[in-house]
Design a protein around this ligand. Structure first.
Ligand code: GLA
Length: 415
């Protein structure tokens, strides 16, 4: 009798084990929705992350001129204009749609572009930009909403990164609105990792306005990090942002760049001289060069500034050193002159002489010794004026320039 019971108990136990085992073989209940987009093919080449921005990224972004007024037509025409104006030849490659391309998320959480403004879809638009030999960028936000109240990527990082990769996105600007309780040191690495997992090389532009001093921690996270609030198209805005860059030179270098915000060259109230000064100083700072004007109707004088290859070469110099302010002379009554110098790979320097005095004042006489710049006291380097496009010959000891107010003289010295 006892044996019969134990045989029965054994059979029962076996039956229970079998049921549990069988249940474990059933498909698990779906707790997460299926990936909202097709997983793109893995990148054909593993491109080292830092290599994506060995020199400061160059391109165009819609925000400064167009705000929310973006559309596929604007992006296509801008891509055409980048080619037609010589901007592409000069090195500008990313065409980036800033805020307002996105309107909602669908039931799967997939980001939904504005169907009126981008009727052909983002993939077709990326294809068009690529067909011009250019690269394509979009914008999102580390918080719940973008700065214009569109859906942000918080909680959707992987879904968004996969979607961008599937469209063929090459550049992501990632903003910082609606981020209460979000830690930038977590949010930005989270999106970087999602981009890496998505398997497409995507330049990652961090836009948290310098709040957490990203220059101290963001190398290896973003390829560029904003150091300030937003730029505006005025001289006052330009010099305000410039002053905030003075101590940041040590943090920039190949793979990671301080970003004092996008260019306003050709916008607002900036005169030709002011445009030149703004562009020169951004190049001295090894700043990313994202044009922000309407390239479809660009006056020749603006085009000549944005496409001056010798000035761009200062920005893109392979050494990747950010320029430093080596002198600031306060002339009183709001007037001042400054000298900035950027070390170059060939052992030379770019030197910018900036006159910040009021527009109605006399031109300033500014002089600098080679020693002050960083060259030997007895150096006799070749000097070239990059805006005049003129060789000034070998000069010994001291160099001086006459600089009109709200203007700049930019020279390259080669030992
Ligand atoms: C913030 C950014 C800007 C721009 C706008 C878009 O202000 O700093 O560069 O992207 O959002 O809403």
């Amino acid at each position: 009798m006892r044996r019969i019971i134990s045989v029965g108990a054994l059979a029962l136990m076996l039956a229970v084990v079998a049921v549990v085992w069988l249940a474990a073989q059933q498909p698990k209940p779906v707790t997460r929705p299926a990936p909202p987009v097709a997983v793109p093919p893995a990148a054909t080449e593993p491109v080292a992350w830092m290599e994506l921005a060995r020199t400061p990224p160059m391109g165009w972004n819609s925000w400064n001129k167009f705000g929310c007024n973006v559309s596929e037509q604007l992006i296509r025409e801008t891509a055409d204009a980048l080619v037609a104006t010589g901007m592409k030849d000069a090195g500008y490659q990313y065409v980036v749609i800033d805020d307002c391309w996105q309107v909602s998320r669908d039931a799967n959480g997939t980001i939904v572009p504005d169907a009126q403004r981008f009727a052909s879809g983002m993939k077709a638009l990326a294809d068009y930009v690529h067909s011009k030999g250019l690269k394509f960028g979009v914008y999102s936000d580390a918080g719940s909403k973008t700065c214009q109240g569109r859906p942000g990527s918080n909680g959707y990082e992987d879904a968004d990164a996969r979607q961008y990769a599937a469209w063929g996105v090459d550049y992501l600007k990632y903003d910082w609105c609606s981020t209460d309780g979000v830690d930038p040191k977590i949010a930005y690495p989270t999106m970087r990792d999602a981009l890496k997992r998505a398997g497409r090389p995507i330049v990652f532009s961090m836009c948290e306005w310098g709040r957490s001093q990203p220059w101290t921690w963001a190398r290896g996270v973003g390829h560029l990090w904003r150091t300030t609030g937003d730029i505006g198209p005025s001289w006052q805005s330009f010099v305000r942002l410039l002053d905030q860059q003075v101590d940041l030179w040590k943090f920039a270098g190949p793979g990671g760049w301080n970003d004092p915000d996008m260019l306003e060259v050709g916008n607002g109230t900036l005169t030709a001289a002011e445009n030149r000064a703004h562009f020169s100083l951004w190049c001295l700072l090894a700043s990313p060069l994202m044009a922000g004007n309407d390239l479809r109707q660009m006056p020749p004088e603006v085009r000549d500034i944005l496409t001056n290859k010798e000035v761009i070469a200062i920005d893109q110099d392979a050494l990747g050193a950010q320029g430093r302010r080596i002198r600031r002379d306060d002339l009183g009554r709001g007037s001042s002159v400054e000298i900035w110098a950027k070390k170059l790979q060939d052992g030379g320097y770019a030197i910018a002489f900036l006159n910040r005095s009021n527009p109605n004042t006399e031109p300033a006489q500014m002089a600098v010794s080679w020693q002050e710049v960083g060259l030997r006291w007895d150096a006799e380097p070749m000097v070239r004026d990059l805006w005049a496009k003129k060789d000034l010959g070998r000069i010994k000891g001291t160099f001086s320039a006459t600089v009109a107010p709200h203007d700049v003289v930019l020279v390259r010295v080669t030992p």
